[in-house]
Design a protein around this ligand. Structure first.
Ligand SMILES: CC(C)(COP(=O)(O)OP(=O)(O)OC[C@H]1O[C@@H](n2cnc3c(N)ncnc32)[C@H](O)[C@@H]1OP(=O)(O)O)[C@@H](O)C(=O)NCCC(=O)NCCS
Length: 148
């Protein structure tokens, strides 16, 4: 899958909120319930385009990727792909690239996934393991090929 990444800007606010609704509403609703106005308020409060890259596929904006580099680990903040472009290997390709970067940096990757989200199966397939669970989430970590 050939995709490109570019930095997000404030111009993508509406796209990124709509993306969040289309990709996460189902899981947020099943976990805490969904109130559109409340979700928009929270989204505005936390929105920072510097934390986000837009995923482009064939010249179309199809999703977002948010990664943070900490001294101890890389953190996957967000990976959301529009439903029409899911289940084609794009998420796998993006996560494998992140695994290459983590290996090069000698760091593990950490993330959180809602318990109700089937994305956990994808992370497990790529070698992530659950390190902690809360009432709403699994915390997962990938420590690299040959380690852990
Ligand atoms: C999770 C996500 C980023 C994966 O990207 P993708 O391009 O769809 O991933 P791939 O095609 O490489 O792999 C898909 C795998 O993810 C899992 N998966 C993701 N969404 C799924 C769904 N709705 N139902 C069942 N399995 C799902 C499955 O293991 C699936 O494998 P399969 O197609 O062989 O059954 C994408 O599905 C997405 O944006 N989902 C909604 C937002 C989300 O949950 N993001 C992660 C938050 S932690």
């Amino acid at each position: 899958v050939r995709y490109t990444l570019r930095p997000a800007t404030w111009a993508e606010f509406d796209f990124l909120f709509e993306l969040r609704v289309q990709t996460m509403k189902e899981y947020v609703e099943a976990t805490w319930g969904w109130d559109q106005a409340d979700q928009l308020m929270r989204f505005k409060l936390h929105f920072d385009p510097r934390q986000v890259q837009i995923i482009e596929l064939d010249g179309r904006d199809v999703g977002e990727l948010g990664q943070e580099a900490w001294p101890s680990h890389l953190y996957l903040n967000s990976l959301y792909i529009l439903p029409a472009y899911q289940r084609r290997g794009l998420g796998t390709a993006i996560l494998q690239e992140m695994q290459r970067q983590a290996t090069a940096a000698g760091l593990p990757i950490r993330l959180q996934v809602l318990r109700v989200n089937p994305a956990r199966r994808l992370y497990e397939r790529l070698g992530f393991v659950v390190t902690r669970e809360t009432t709403s989430h699994y915390e997962m970590e990938w420590t690299g090929a040959g380690e852990g």
